[in-house]
Ligand binder design. Structure first.
Ligand code: HPA
Length: 239
């Protein structure tokens, strides 16, 4: 079977998937962390792979940037390919001064300026939250590896280059840790499809200090998130 944006056999994906924005990061995850890897889809170069981690089947696929792109892949993966555990591994812009460059955040929830969850939820405000078992497994896995994490809220924005008045001030007042562009949609789609989801993000730039990371640094911190995600999935599935 194929969907409009994924060309893969019915059973091509594992129940658990790591979701970077960049499809080349999906290839990197597959080549670096998984065994017995098969490339399962490449429609529009949005590469997807399936392999295993310590014997647990795991897939990885790019989502593109932003909620409209991510929503297409997340819906098709959950609705048509049986994916049940979704972990986004991405970057974010720091908002809270409690979070520093390269810190890892486990997103307990995500607010958004997007209309997409209201569209999904009859115009009401959906509480876009992580799966608690997945969140707890990730927090435990990180602690076990000696990696410090923050657990808190993100803001998922439709705009990378936004010109909202006072946005930073409002986010800070509401205790938002960081801004990115996918988590709120991920959480709502997982809820709709009866799946579990978690967004793990690393601070790649800071909106207050205006620091930025080099692409080399982003690669190194990326590995930490992937390790947390894989251990969390492995521990959950091995129960
Ligand atoms: N804004 C939105 N998304 C992001 C950012 C940002 O500053 N940094 C990394 N992802």
């Amino acid at each position: 079977m194929a969907t409009p944006h994924i060309s893969a056999p019915d059973d091509a994906f594992a129940e658990s998937i790591l979701l970077p924005g960049d499809p080349l990061r999906a290839r990197y995850i597959a080549e670096t962390f998984l065994e017995d890897v098969t490339e399962v889809t490449a429609v529009r170069n949005m590469l997807g792979f399936t392999g295993s981690y310590k014997g647990t089947p795991v897939s990885t696929m790019g989502t593109g940037m932003g909620m409209p792109s991510a929503s297409i892949y997340l819906t098709e993966l959950t609705r048509f390919y049986g994916v049940r555990r979704l972990v986004r591994v991405g970057s974010c812009g720091g908002i809270s001064t409690d979070v520093k460059m390269r810190d890892v955040i486990l997103a307990i929830g995500a607010g958004t300026d997007s209309g997409i969850n209201r569209t999904r939820y009859n115009g009401w405000d959906y509480a876009a939250t992580a799966s608690y078992p997945l969140l707890r497994a990730a927090a435990d896995a990180a602690a076990g590896m000696g990696i410090d994490t923050h657990v808190g809220n993100l803001h998922s924005s439709d705009l990378f280059y936004n010109s909202y008045n006072n946005a930073l001030e409002i986010w800070q007042r509401m205790g938002v840790l960081a801004v990115e562009m996918e988590a709120a949609a991920l959480y709502a789609i997982a809820a709709e499809e009866g799946a579990q989801a978690l967004a793990i993000v690393t601070v790649s730039d800071h909106l207050v200090t205006e620091e930025q990371t080099s692409s080399d640094e982003r690669e190194r911190t990326f590995d930490q998130m992937v390790r947390i995600a894989l251990e969390a999935i492995h521990n959950l599935e091995q129960g």
